[in-house]
Design a protein around this ligand. Sequence first.
Ligand code: NAI
Length: 512
Amino acid sequence: MPVDIQSPSLCLGIVGTGAMGRGIAQIAAQAGIRVLLFDALHGAAANARETVVGTLATLADKGKISADALAAASTRLEVVQRLDELALAQVIVEAIVEDLDVKKALFQQLEDIIAADCILATNTSSLSVTSIAAACKRPERVAGFHFFNPVPLMKIVEVVDGLLTAPWATDALLELGRRMGHTAVRAKDTPGFIVNHAGRGLVTEALRILGEGITDFREIDCIMREAAGFRMGPFELMDLTGLDVSQPVMESIYHQYYQEPRYRPSPIAAQRLIGGLLGRKTGRGFYDYAEGKPAIAPDAAAPAALPDRVWVSQTHPEWADILREIAAATGVAVESDYTPGSDTLCVVTPLGADVTTCCVEQGLDPQHTVGIDCLFGITAGGGARRSLMTTPLTAPAMRDAAHALFTADGCAVSVMRDSAGFVAQRIVACIVNIGCDIAQQRIASPADIDRAVRLGLGYPHGPLAFGDTLGPRKILAILEAMQDFYGDPRYRPSPWLKRRALLGASLLTEAR
Ligand code: NAI
């Protein structure tokens, strides 16, 4: 018999009252649900209740909830001293230590206590729901209910179907997540579920760019924030999370997917973890946090000397027009000849390729040539950041002249060494590709993938909508060019992306 989630007398048991258990208790009590709190550590559940009531009181003081709501929510939070007092609950959420054997043992104990139709949910972020369920007598009522920290602010919950879970159990948890005011998405039990799986693209590719010596971490962060629209750059994010948390997640998902190259971690992060450069929590990560805030150096002054003449590649005519306008506005002579003059600055517009390859293909002088990323940040005067790339042979004077030219209208410019796909193109292409492969594996619906990533990772778009906004064909072209250049299956396009790009269809399209 499925549980009546909307019932006013619904009772939720929470086992484990650390940060996660407390957060789940708060939103449940605020949603009118009776909550029983249990923790193995003596006094921990009572402390948790006090903390949650204190948080609700602060919300009431700030006028965010009424005094009545505070009183009502507080009375709904009850501490129990023994596990068997959870017999009253219709749903039990476990948020104890992240240890498979401990979780299995708890669920086995709970099975002897609870009612026949009680749902057992685990908040695990990295363990297999199927494996926890398989230890139970009735695995069909065991499912994942994965919240994010801090629970009241991260308004997303992944409801996870284990291999043995009955749909009625996950249906009920989806409804419960929504009743608690969260967006509830459904995912298959796979490593990282949706959010921690989709999050592999940003950090691993950023670390790879760093490892390749293309540019430094500050520049990568600036590009991802100012040109690609992310709230936080990948290195700021790793510093915030702490490498003690993010590196084991990178390793674990990579190995659980049997060394899938798309998720390959970086020795840079592994070594920094060993060195104790964890991030904000240790005062030193990629950035220094001596004053509590990251010490992010400002841009160095841009060179001022403009080139005499500029020539723009016609490989992408729509981009060439914009670049010629930007150049013309500075008063620089823009050449319209098919072949550039011998001392002219040549500008190419790579999509997934590097400048060297463009130079050779277009018969240009590598000493005079730079590349500019036209997929991100070329709108004139838009305040975005532009990315410029050099070949190994580009003359410093030509590089500086290009820098001066593209910063003349007030845009910030990042100058980097040659890279197949600059910084933003390759990172965003990896994010979109992984999102597409999550859809291809049917781990979640396209709409749920995008919802989960927007809310769980705070990206400007979900990966599939991001690909649609930039153009699936362009994303495919970037990945194919990168795979061609590096010969690395890391960049092989997901069949989901390839088919939809070839057909001109949205990446959000489900197969009929
Ligand atoms: P925590 O360590 O702050 O709290 C765990 C609580 O569980 C402690 O109060 C401990 O006394 C209690 N406990 C441990 N073993 C127990 C047992 N056998 N029976 C009853 N109580 C027990 O942990 P936190 O951060 O609240 O995480 C809890 C769970 O939520 C873990 O499974 C974790 O993977 C998951 N999670 C954590 C996130 C986070 O950012 N902290 C995010 C998403 C999921």
